[in-house]
Design a protein around this ligand. Sequence first.
Ligand code: FES
Length: 148
Amino acid sequence: MEFPDHPTTVSRRCFIGGCAAAATVITTGTAAAADTETDTGAQPCGKLPPGTVLAKKADVPLNGGVVVYFDDETSVVVAQPKKGTYTAFDAKCTHAGCMCSEVDNNLIICWCHDSRFSSVDGKRRSGPAKKPLPQIKTKIKGENIVVA
Ligand code: FES
């Protein structure tokens, strides 16, 4: 499979997609142009600089998500577990390093060994993984979800 040079948001339930650590749940219920941010207390992502566009809000389905590929080591899951609330996680599975590739019914799925994580907080819900997916601190900028 070939990957594009530019970050690509792939489809509705998920896609291809690890970054490293940081967390933020974004609530977009207010003015779209305003920056809103909720810090969940996780460590910030060390690979993606602040302001990096992760996805357009309109491209992230409710109760689903997208996986955005940046490079071979950096993919991010962006999800909308609740209407107007967006979350982002390092897509690299904490079990053995495969990339999570699907979000379905608010579960982020790694098909390598079937680990599943909550798209609300990244916590493991089932499978061999023991640790949660690192969250990425984000904010809303206009119509985009960006790294905070
Ligand atoms: S690498 Fe994800 S479940 Fe094993």
